[in-house]
Design a protein around this ligand. Sequence first.
Ligand code: SAM
Length: 240
Amino acid sequence: TTTPLPASVTLEPVGFIRSCYQEKFGIPRQPGLATSARAELHLHGPCNCPEAVVGLDKFSHIWIQFVFHQTQSEGWRPTVRPPRLGGEKRLGVFATRSTHRPNPLGLSLVKLEGIQHRKGQVILELSGIDLLDGTPVVDIKPYLPWADSQPEATAGFAPDVPVTVPVLWTEDARQISESISAKIGQPFQQLVEEVLGQDPRPAYLKKRDREDFGVLLWDYNVRWKVRPEGFEVFAIEPAQ
Ligand code: SAM
């Protein structure tokens, strides 16, 4: 056909994410893997109006389209090394969910826990997210199970849910995590177990003998060690 094609498109954020994930390290590689990971999506500018979400509360899950803002300046390559393949094999960028893409856009299916209207701010409460704090969101759509779910689909190099690593606790760390759960009104221990259980280490760090790691969740630095039986949480400190 001869229809002229647009050379570029412009998008404005419709909102921003306030998330438990304060840094990239530790964020699961897909949504739904850490079901206790919570975030708020604050609608922005002209989209911050109650009318824009009328009817959305009747949906249990929503699609979030967002910008990989923290890595967007790093550009992209036609091939990438998915962590699932041990960081050794290259595949085409469009065969992966890599953050480094020609247009740095992500797509996540998340649970909609509720909608709040707080002092003129429309807030979508989300769980099961894989989104960094501050992430700009460019669209929100309701999930339609009859159209968006394909139980017979195949999934190339990532056919199944990733295997998880057992998480152990020192008595001190467990007690601190219980008091944090009471303070934030959410299951902190479960969040830590879901996050660490995914083994957040990049492939190159798995090969080294490094033992100590820290993951920032909410306002806390969760410190853990690699043990033969799993990952052991040995300290929880206020984040700097
Ligand atoms: N579910 C989305 C998708 O498929 O498009 C994201 C998949 S991507 C592999 C998930 C990773 O993106 C997370 O583990 C985290 O490291 C990274 N991430 C999340 N939010 C980000 C942001 N705003 N900027 C850069 N990286 C981000």
